[in-house]
Design a protein around this ligand. Structure first.
Ligand code: SF4
Ligand code: SF4
Length: 231
């Protein structure tokens, strides 16, 4: 499959990934970012994973919780019952708080959604299989001969894919656990969600690698939840 970049990104025209063409690794994806910054403007929906927050925190030499306090809005997912961190837009411009001019002030530590754009990613929580979709119409300029694999490697997506898949699988498992325990109706729902939030986002030293800490946090978390969610 070959797609033609060159038009301004208009992600609001795309209603869901199911409407977008799916790309295989060897497919041509001849897109290069033109650095216009348009995908960072009016950006109110940028959800962070634990790895996203950890990478930002390491880049800023700050603890993850401090970065979340400074730059994120906390929500609880309506259907998932999971804690969600969303980058809080600048109160002055409505743009991403890290947009400086047309550029990203945290580019080497930018979140997955930014590294992927204008691709979308879906992960099957049962098999951890990842699929990639092109959000049309594409922005940017042309990079002749570039394949999806080239693009993902260049954007740093490939090297974190295993952790991102594991994150999706574990979030699905945690969501099932919280919902099966009664969700918001459970008397200790809020303490449970706050404990999940700690394990997913905050209990990390940026001196150490993310993934081993993630696994260790989850092991402790499942024990704590067993007690907390007992009725
Ligand atoms: S983190 Fe960087 S790339 Fe992502 S929306 Fe903000 S400014 Fe843009
Ligand atoms: S990804 Fe597209 S919209 Fe975003 S900065 Fe690059 S060219 Fe502009």
């Amino acid at each position: 499959m070959s797609l033609e970049p060159g038009r301004a990104g208009e992600p609001e025209l795309t209603t869901s990934l199911a409407d977008c063409p799916r790309l295989e690794n060897a497919d041509l994806f001849e897109f290069a970012c033109a650095g216009c910054g348009d995908c960072c403007r009016n950006r109110r929906d940028l959800v962070l994973s634990g790895l996203d927050l950890y990478r930002l925190a390491r880049w800023m030499h700050l603890p993850p919780r401090v970065v979340a306090d400074a730059f994120c809005r906390r929500e609880i997912g309506q259907s998932t019952c999971l804690p969600v961190l969303v980058l809080r837009p600048s109160a002055r411009t409505g743009d991403c708080p890290f947009l400086e001019g047309d550029g990203c002030a945290v580019h080497p530590a930018r979140p997955l959604a930014c590294a992927l754009y204008p691709l979308g990613q879906s992960i099957d929580p049962d098999t951890a299989r990842m699929e990639y979709y092109a959000q049309l119409p594409l922005c940017g300029t042309e990079a002749p001969g570039r394949t999806l694999t080239d693009y993902l490697q260049g954007a740093g997506v490939t090297e974190r894919a295993g952790t991102d898949a594991s994150w999706a699988v574990e979030c699905t498992r945690l969501s099932d656990l919280l919902r099966q325990a009664g969700g918001r109706e459970h008397p200790r729902f809020l303490p449970a969600v706050r404990r999940v939030e700690r394990a997913l986002y905050y209990d990390y030293s940026t001196q150490d690698e993310f993934y081993p800490q993630f696994r260790e946090n989850l092991e402790t978390l499942y024990h704590v939840l067993q007690t907390l969610l007992k009725t």
